[in-house]
Design a protein around this ligand. Sequence first.
Ligand code: 26V
Length: 800
Amino acid sequence: MFSSQEEFKEAYLKKLEMTSGKAFPDTTLQDRYDTLGQLIREYISMNWIQTNEQYRYQKQKQVYYLSIEFLLGRLLRQNLMNLGIYELVEEGLGDLGIDLKDMEDVEQDAALGNGGLGRLAACFLDSMASMDLPGHGYGIRYKHGLFEQKIVNGYQMELPEQWLRHGYVWEVRKPDLMMQIPFWGRIESSEKDGVTSFRHVDAEIVAAVPYDLPVVGYGTTTVNTLRLWNAEPYAYKAGRDMMKYKRDTEAITEFLYPDDTQDEGKVLRLKQQYFLVSASIRTILESYLSRHGDLTNLHEHVAIHINDTHPVLAIPEMMRVLIDEYGMDWDSAWGVTTKTFAYTNHTTLSEALERWLVRIFQPLLPRIYMIIDEINERFCRDLWDAYPGEWGRIEGMAIIAHGEVKMAHLAIAGSHSVNGVAKIHTNILKEREMNLFYQYFPGKFNSKTNGITHRRWLLNSNPPLASLIQSAIGDAWIKDPSRLSELESFTADSAFLENLHKAKQLNKKRLADRILQTNGIVVDPDSIFDIQIKRLHAYKRQLLNILHILHLFNRCQENPDADIPSRTFIFGAKASPGYYYAKKIIKLIHSVADLVNDHPAVKGRIKVVFLENYRVSLAEEIIPAADVSQQISTASKEASGTGNMKFMMNGALTLGTLDGANIEIQEQVGDENIFIFGLRAEEVMKQQQDGSYYSMEYYHHDERIKKMLDQLIDGSLPDAGDHFETIYDSLLAENDEFFVLRDFDSYAKAHERVASAYRDQESWLRMSLINIARSGYFSSDRTIAEYAREIWRIGGVGLR
Ligand code: 26V
């Protein structure tokens, strides 16, 4: 079907007319996209079936990655590129007068995630398939992914996202593989031959129906599976309120992270978690048994990874199935379970550490609660043996305490591996947040620095740079990203650097066009594109960035002839719907933009742009155009960051703190090729502990700070109302929890270093090239190789 263009065109036209029921000229873009997607999916099917057959008969160890989020973005381009048929299809469609780019834009992002954690899961899937590793994802098919953001007059509005509106061509519904998930009800026990067994009665049963997505590897025949579960009514029972049952059931997979401020929402989130893991674990075990037969060696053939604590109920669920359904004794079941599971922690922020109230947990999942209770009892007994009399320590490690279930404690106790996502993050886990656990289980802790798939984030999203790289070093880097280092030999090649400049300018021009189209703001592609895109959060300090812009504006006003280089500051960020402080920051960014963008004193040297509805596909357009990548979290707060890696790989220079993976970026590129500022993590943590930081001193002793903070509340800012008092108070009355004022001076100086470095274009381009050349380490291929070798212990993976 894809062996020649002619064949492709013929097959495509025929299918298009058959599926749409229209003559070709009458078909819509959506029709054309759907048909293309279907055709490609069918093409993928052959390898998909073959991969599954191979896994079944060769009995390789399988890896299952359980995650409440998969932030996939679009798949058309990725699939075509990975299959190696992009050009053929592009040209074939071209002959029919169809622009493949238009097709790509029809596709809605699959935004089944919030941010870093979900995007990491998606990058991992690409790497596993491309490296021929048997690794599969299990997640939830939310009807509405992450909300769509609209900005109205500087305020964020949220609309339900609708990725399934026109159907989704990449999924295959498999109703025959449905699983029944029980909620509520009671547990009855009975004794036979001295063995107690348990029965879950009066449960409300929900059907979990799988939708499978193919995960196509690059340049290989491997096609793995991402299985997303959909909740549906299982059976209507007479005497029950059928409409309520239908609503309650479908609600489980309706929204990503339903609001959990009320009990009802909390129940829903817990339902989602159990729904995901129960369906997944039982499927995994059934598939394992059909291949092997003997459960005692499960861990030799199956590795299950839990992405943060959201899927941690997989551990008690596995215990339940082994004990209640397969009759295993507790100790054997616990041995197999702990050897099968591994857990990744993605944040040390205490508000993100999951805890469930027992009064909510127990009625919803009665048997799972009993099992966790037993795990806790046994765990506390072991602790007592190790630390007799140390009540405080045991209380601090208990899985159930003070009426709550501590999900991270369950994850650590029930896994053989606990990893952080960057060196500094793992160290903070070991030395602080999880120190008691580290003392008790030192061997479980390990670090796996995150990575990103260079195929999506360089090859697919930055064609000008990718083809320049290819012309210089060929295409071996696509399979082996460490070979990007071969680019270092071009650092003194001025013709190459000139081409690097051209590629960047092409991307900047494209982004400038988009900005004009969407925001109506004219920006100069020759200005420095200085970009901060990520979720909006106080610790990520978008506030530091926008306050500094206000300061630059003040400088322009004080001295209209100041030698300030031309800069375009670009933001993209969604705030959680209930996170009022974050929403104020969005408003502030817009207010400063309104003040600055057309102000005569600025003379066009500063532009501030907020790009609405930040998402994967938008990131793919923005990142290739960046000169400066802002990674400015308060040191110690950003576990790793992965945007930082995407920017580096696309030749942007990092302006950042020594936090998360920025530290490892600095190690790779050296001090000369990065702009570091601000307190270090130890300093932040020390000052937090001893209370030696007083933000008010910075307000009184630094005129720049005093001036801009006063501007927040004195009417200097357009449409300020009293919006920014909260921000003002957070910085002064509440003593600036995230050290914004403390780091301001150092940040402003770093910006000056950036500005002066940019003046020397040749040297800037050299720095940029070094960043690209040394970004191979941050490919998720490297990360996955480490997971495979050191955590999952699946053979045949060389570390490059
Ligand atoms: C927490 C919450 C709490 C409120 C409701 C929604 C919600 C959703 C997720 C989370 C946990 C977020 C954890 C997370 O995304 N961490 C990020 O993980 C990245 C991949 O490891 C890492 O690069 C980022 O530094 C880290 O913030």
